[in-house]
Write a protein that binds this ligand. Structure first.
Ligand SMILES: *[C@@H]1O[C@H](CO)[C@@H](O)[C@H](O)[C@H]1NC(C)=O
Length: 208
């Protein structure tokens, strides 16, 4: 989030559950889990121009759906407002009576001035130190991809969640989210999801 928005906060309960995803897991033979594959998927996402004010949501939606399909997640695209797709993924839990967990991220990014970048802002360039350059690399395409990669790893380890896990990839957060997260939060779709806990954007890290 870049600008201060004059809208009410979404009725999301924000909790940090990162330890849930950071528990050690056995090393994997699965090549899809190799660091270079993980970085390459992140680069692809960074290369999609979802810059406001005309984000390419069509391409980002296709990308997220292809990730969902590679993970055998259920998926649907909801346009509460035309051309403002909310991509909703689901990993069904073994006990559907339990409230669910929602991992939210936004797909759009704020605009940029080329002259202020040492590498192209839509390039997904990785330098010799391993730093990855791209508009939205922190805010917040990295988070959306970390959710997906955590699921990839958990699935490969044989883990099955008790609670259903949802992922929402929402549009227009950088212009206040009225046509994205807000519509989702007040929808019947959201009610039916029976969400108890949401993880969302947190503070930035510093590049040092
Ligand atoms: C990315 O999209 C923005 C509109 O939101 C546009 O101004 C810009 O030219 C696009 N950049 C590229 C490289 O396509």
């Amino acid at each position: 989030m870049e600008k201060a928005c004059n809208s009410h906060r979404q009725p999301f309960l924000l909790l940090h559950l990162l330890p849930l995803f950071l528990s050690p897991l056995p090393a994997l033979a699965n090549p899809a889990a190799s660091p270079s594959q993980i970085i390459s998927r992140f680069q692809q996402y960074l290369q999609i121009n979802t810059t406001q004010p005309s984000p390419d949501y069509q391409t980002s939606t296709q990308f997220i759906l292809s990730q969902a399909s590679s993970l055998s997640l259920e998926s649907r695209v909801i346009e509460f407002v035309k051309n403002k797709p909310v991509v909703l993924l689901k990993w069904p839990g073994s006990d559907p009576s339990l409230p669910s967990v929602l991992l939210n991220s936004h797909t759009d990014v704020v605009s940029f001035e080329h002259s202020k970048w040492i590498h192209p802002p839509l390039g997904g360039y990785v330098d010799r130190r391993g730093d990855i350059f791209g508009r939205g690399s922190q805010d917040m395409k990295c988070v959306g991809m970390q959710y997906l990669e955590a699921i990839r790893r958990l699935k490969a380890s044989g883990f099955r969640p008790k609670r259903s896990l949802y992922l929402s990839f929402v549009p227009d957060e950088e212009i206040c989210g009225n046509d994205g997260a807000k519509k989702l939060a007040y929808s019947d779709v959201f009610k039916d999801m029976n969400v108890e806990i949401v993880l969302d954007e947190g503070p930035h890290s510093t590049l040092s």
